[in-house]
Design a protein around this ligand. Structure first.
Ligand code: SAM
Length: 336
């Protein structure tokens, strides 16, 4: 059985938010004082989450990514990973994290069945990191990355959001560093999902701009096949530090959700920490799974609710439409 929408797209990738809370306060994401967190009772328990994940897997979901908020602030993530790894057929399991506590947890996560991690890191400059995230924790992130490598999590992807006045000029150094360490760096366009509603198209750093900045120091060649992956990939043919690169591994990705949308190939679904299914980051509506689940719905009934929601998935995110309205939930509350 599969989850197909009205445009023939098949949903196979599920992002599960484990919590809306985060241990950083990135200026482009969340206000300094945080947000109004979900009440504990609203958040899916481990058992509820595993049951829903099992239903999604039964409906054809093949990859599950744990995210948040910051997923590692939730207690018992390794236990959850173990539960997900026991599903049949076993989904591929990955985690998106700020890596603050990854140094302590990478081994147990890998042992529990985690396959890969994406680490969010926007700068290698300690002061800039502290200013951008409002927390002086860069050394913890770097230790987390090293621990992920030692634990055998592979590939390790690093996601960077560029904000013009903060870190755009650092893009080439970030790439040089990532290539030296064998991390797969991807630059993500900032999307209108910030809590402060300060996003504007004019201020946003575009994919084209990033490529221009990188092009001053690196020679890049597009890699044609993309499939459902959100990142456009480029092979790095030449640039500073070249002799340290691992053969065939020198790549960089650009996730241009705003200027080069990839909605036509989108195979993603999102389950929020409070059990709401979102078929698009920018959807104005959600489908409640927690209510029916707690009211005693069977797996078959929940499966029907999920199928109906997926069938109604919107064609695209519509950021460019004149009537575009930013969703009520922010990136951190949806699960980025
Ligand atoms: N806390 C985890 C982390 O830092 O990876 C997972 C959640 S975080 C919301 C996921 C990613 O979304 C991070 O890389 C973050 O930089 C990015 N992000 C946050 N707000 C964004 C926005 N408005 N547009 C694009 N990316 C955003």
């Amino acid at each position: 059985m599969t989850l197909v929408d009205g445009f023939g797209r098949q949903a196979e990738d599920l992002r599960i938010s484990l919590t809306d809370k985060c241990s950083l306060r990135c200026t482009y994401c969340m206000p300094a004082e945080g947000l109004a967190w979900l009440p504990a009772k609203a958040v899916l328990t481990d058992d509820e989450l595993l049951r829903l994940a099992g239903i999604f897997v039964g409906l054809g979901v093949r990859t599950i990514r744990l995210t948040g908020g910051e997923p590692l602030v939730r207690a018992g993530v390794a236990g959850l990973v173990g539960g997900l790894a026991a599903l049949e057929p076993r989904p591929e399991l990955s985690l998106t994290t700020n890596a603050l506590s990854l140094a302590d947890k990478a081994d147990e996560l890998a042992a529990a069945g985690l396959d890969r991690v994406n680490v969010s890191l926007d700068t290698l400059d300690r002061q800039r990191f502290a200013a951008l995230t409002r927390r002086d924790r860069l050394p913890d992130v770097l230790a987390g990355l090293a621990a992920a490598r030692a634990a055998g999590l592979d590939p390790i992807k690093v996601n960077t959001v560029l904000i013009r006045e903060h870190n755009l000029a650092e893009a080439p150094q970030l790439l040089e560093w990532a290539l030296r360490h064998g991390y797969r760096l991807r630059f993500i366009e900032h999307m209108p999902l910030d809590a402060d509603h300060r996003w504007t198209r004019q201020d946003m750093v575009t994919a084209e701009e990033v490529l221009d900045v990188l092009g001053e120091r690196f020679e890049l060649r597009p890699i044609p096949f993309r499939g459902h992956a959100p990142a456009e990939e480029f092979e790095v043919l030449d640039g500073p530090g070249r002799r340290d690169w691992q053969p065939g591994q020198a790549r960089v990705g650009i996730i241009a959700s705003v200027t080069r949308p990839f909605c036509r190939d989108c195979d993603r679904l999102r389950l929020t920490a409070d059990g709401q299914l979102r078929t698009c980051l920018f959807a104005q509506t959600e489908t409640d799974l927690r209510g029916p689940l707690r009211a005693g719905a069977s797996d078959a009934e929940l499966g029907e609710i999920i199928k109906l929601a997926v069938a109604g998935k919107q064609a695209g995110h519509g950021i460019d439409a004149p009537d575009f309205v930013q969703p009520l939930r922010t990136m951190s509350a949806i699960g980025g």
